[in-house]
Ligand binder design. Sequence first.
Ligand SMILES: CC(C)(COP(=O)(O)OP(=O)(O)OC[C@H]1O[C@@H](n2cnc3c(N)ncnc32)[C@H](O)[C@@H]1OP(=O)(O)O)[C@@H](O)C(=O)NCCC(=O)NCCS
Length: 232
Amino acid sequence: MDETRDGEGREEVGALVRDGTLVRLRRHVPTNLEAFQRWYADDEIARLLRHDQRPLSLAQSRSYFETLILPLSARGLCFAIHEASTDRLIGTTALTDLTMHPPRTALFRIVIGEKDCWGKGYGTEATRLVLAEAFERHGLDAVRLEVFRHNARAIGAYRRVGFRETGEHLEWVGRERYELHVLEMAIDRDTFYRVAGSGADLCQDQPSAQMAGARRGEERDRGGESSDHSFD
Ligand SMILES: CC(C)(COP(=O)(O)OP(=O)(O)OC[C@H]1O[C@@H](n2cnc3c(N)ncnc32)[C@H](O)[C@@H]1OP(=O)(O)O)[C@@H](O)C(=O)NCCC(=O)NCCS
């Protein structure tokens, strides 16, 4: 445990979970709330991340942080992303929606909230660190994700790690029925280690049986907030 504490004994930095070259994963601590609220109040981040395309109010993000982020972090399923060179808190990432019957899967989520950290390879490495947790600590068979077609930076990072597209669907968001193109991607354990070991992209790979089992590709009509996306 390497967390540090402030003058009143509160943890300022959570315990180390997994170390990388550019970033490290730590446990979330209550003092991360302020940064978390700033990220989720941002319009640009909401358009890249949230299925309702809307930022969260301070009350919403506080509730989200306290009822979902902190408990999941205590279970080793949600992580604070820290920049390795400075140990600054820069984002959050999680595995949610775990399925217990084979193939065991989870949904991957990530936000690097500090925008000066975008495009430096941090998201790619953070994704790899979370996948290592998923496959080594939690024994998952595959990890799924959803990403909006307009989020080229995220898609680039996911492909680099070895995620492949398994489907897509449309959602119609809000009163104005904004058309949201959602790509579904997945990676299984073997592919992850093969890509990590080769250091190469495998863009032409066919989805494996485990990934096909994780496939969902129907069109959905989503008028507003839904429980599926309470963790966007
Ligand atoms: C998505 C996110 C995690 C990616 O992390 P990142 O550190 O910015 O991304 P990386 O630098 O690791 O990789 C980005 C990849 O996209 C490419 N890229 C960078 N900027 C780009 C842009 N504006 N358009 C297209 N591709 C871009 C990079 O070249 C890189 O690909 P490469 O490794 O093949 O060169 C981060 O940007 C983020 O949190 N964004 C806001 C929230 C979000 O979109 N979350 C994901 C929701 S599914």
